[in-house]
Write a protein that binds this ligand. Sequence first.
Ligand code: ZN
Length: 493
Amino acid sequence: MASQRAYLRLQQMKTAIVLGAIYVILRLEALMEIIVCGAAGGEVTGSAYLVRTNKAQVLIDFGLFQGSSHVDELNVMPPQIDPEKLTAVVLTHAHLDHTGRLPLLTKHGYKKPIFATPATIMMANLILTDSAFLQRADAERWSRRHPKEPPMEPLYTAADVEALNPLYRELDYGQATTVARGISITAHEAGHMLGSTSLEMTIEDNGTKKVVVFSGDLGPRGAPILRDSHSFSHADLVFMESTYGDRNHRPLLETAIEAREIINKAIQTKGKILVPVFAVGRAQLLLYLLAGAFQRKTLPPFPIYLDSPMAIKATQIYREHVELFDEEALAMSRSGELSANLRTLKTCESAAESKALNEVEGPCMILAGSGMCTGGRILHHLRHNLSNPSTKVLIVGYQSHGSLGRRLVDRAETVRIFGDEVQVRASIHTLGGFSAHAGQTDLMNWIGTLAKASPSVVLTHGEDQPRQHLGRKLRDDLKLKPKFPALGETIAL
Ligand code: ZN
């Protein structure tokens, strides 16, 4: 009996040793997986990818979900992300849908590095400070309207945004930087906004080495100010945006010529031109195009007012990073021609300066936020000038359903602003060619140089139709087999 028990114990020990060995072998096997924590399943916003190996956990972007009705449930810390286990964060660019959840990390005690280009760090601070301000305003408004409920807490505060500042580490273009054990990143131009990048990540884990490319948001080729996006030649896996995977934009040149004709008419009739603008990107693009038109004398110089403290700050960041400009913009900036041609530009910092514009006579152009007329100083300019037939409103960006900007585009006869019913006698002009995103042809050209390496391709950052449409083109034209991940899906390397 005793020897039988000893034999059994021996067998159990052997089994335990074998199981332990299997466990060790499995642990030694390379672990390389990427969890898609946003901008998936037909969503465009909330970009975030968690890269996991045996040695590190790196988050690429941590964007805010915007626009849909269930954003409150989505704008949380995803269950897969543990801020204590996270080794590093890397940003592709500063837009809110790529950075807007970062303050949730500091709110949860994250103290490790956040890598980004110097321009992205400055822009992200500007955009996130504004976001914290809007979060607080939203929460206060909700609490005022629901006095019987407990007060609503903002998603994060200005202090959470400030706590990010000591964590930023500068990432240089074209130089490999080790961001965690076994993970290095090289940033390349994405041509989408100042400081924007596509990221080339080299992952090494237990003897295996793979290259993953994150496209970030890609800009249109040949766009003014910014350099064109980098062409990659090798990757094992590519995460690619597909925002405009189903169409091309109207050429920028055509759009610029149309804008010039509208502006010339307004100058002749001494009208005011109101332009609702997004503070970062669109405002600087328009100013640059105006400077070019003044220089070529296709437009006579006339007064332009940049009436947005945030756009003024963003324009200053552009001035501090001219090294990121394309050749033409760099030459114009370095020779002093850019500022010389914009001598009719005045900036309005204070609310009083903004209100004083009500008394200014046309012709003039007022660039003011918000881009979709959902708030900001553009509202009081619209209320004051929409009923004047000599006013022209230039719509230069996307207008979401339900926004005041959308109602203007849809030719509403009257609109309600600050409780007043305002007659729309102004002419509304929608100019579609100023997009900061690559259209289908530019997306296909970008992935075209990588196709020879036959990488696995994962399409994200696109509504379902553009994403599927681009997917079909990748299959038919380039013989690639793209994946369409759902939110939270894990992609193994
Ligand atoms: Zn973007």
